[in-house]
Design a protein around this ligand. Sequence first.
Ligand SMILES: [Zn+2]
Ligand SMILES: [Zn+2]
Length: 420
Amino acid sequence: MSSADPAVFHKLYGVRKPRATYYAKDFLDYTVMLALTALVTGALYGFRHPMALLGYGLCAVTLGMFAIRHGVELRVPLILRRPQDALYLFLYKIQNFRPFYFVSIAILLAENAVIALTPGLPHQVDWMRKLALGLFYLHFAGLSIYRTVIMADHLRKRELVREVLMQTPWKRVITEKTKIVLEILHAYGTGLLTHIVLIAPWYFLITHVRFSLLLLLPVAVLNYKTYARWMRSSYSSWFYREHWLGHNSELEFIYLHGSHHDAIPSAMIAVSGNGFLEGVLRHSIGVPTPFFNPIGASLVYAFEVKNDMALHQYIPGVFPQFQKFAIETNQHSTHHYGRLEPYSIAMKGDAPGMSEEVRKKARGVAKGIRNSVQLDEELTGFEWDNPIYRLTQKLYAKYQPETEPVALPAVDLSAENATT
Ligand SMILES: [Zn+2]
Ligand SMILES: [Zn+2]
């Protein structure tokens, strides 16, 4: 990977307006966004499905929380002032398509064509659908229990959560007006709603296409190869472009990515780095995963969501503990602690000061992901050694001392003042 072209990665038809937080003036746009979220959830699950009902409830609670946390200021919504940006949003998605998205759809269509053409063969489509639904609910229930356990530990250690966040740019949010308990519940609701919406396209496919038991093995092999190649060659640059737009097109921030940054940086909020509508869009017009066979899809979804939760626990000393591997190799934490960059997956497999144990483990990560931060280095001039990263290191050394911090060269550590 060399010479990433800003004309491609930073292309905008509309106005560039970098955003990282919501304001009271976004209230009406935020309301429209939640209404769309509820509509899409109902359309994909069925309007009276329990998952959709849970989704509507969370949308209503989330809207109330916005009013309490940010206030309400009535302005003509951005979507009415710049409706063309909504069109651009879909144009950007189309321009960012990668071949593996179409490959996974083609495999699924071919499987359904074979099932239709060979009605005499024992494809066991009903049994396969039952299996797929079982895996779907197991996935959602298992990760929701995990999310709930994480919330319980944050509530139990709420004073520690507050103490840590008060030393970061999040101190602007953790005020008397918004109590820490509210912030923790808001983070939990954010994660739960994002999860419900993100897996809605997967549910829709399970209930609208057919899977064959006879073809399970060859389809699984093809799905595996598709996923491996997507991760190796496309995911990193696809994600950078998506994520850059999510922060630099104001409409994309408010409608797609913003909810991911509105909540405190904890594992509770995480569902593969997505906002509410962002998840459903990426998982219907973007990634190959929902089109995989049910076993493959459930494995990939479980891995991606669980992994992303572990990668978003930036409050040390609270369950689940942030791993030494993630601290030493990834700076998505810097993005959640007050800087726009890095936009990439932000891994550096040869970061300065890495322990030998971590370096060895990093070699096992897919090639395209291992040095994904290179895109930021080339496109934004991102520097690995920066004040926010040093602040994160300090917090870990203080609150999670069993995680030895990276040995960066000694410099002035007045990083508490680091803000965007
Ligand atoms: Zn972001
Ligand atoms: Zn994130």
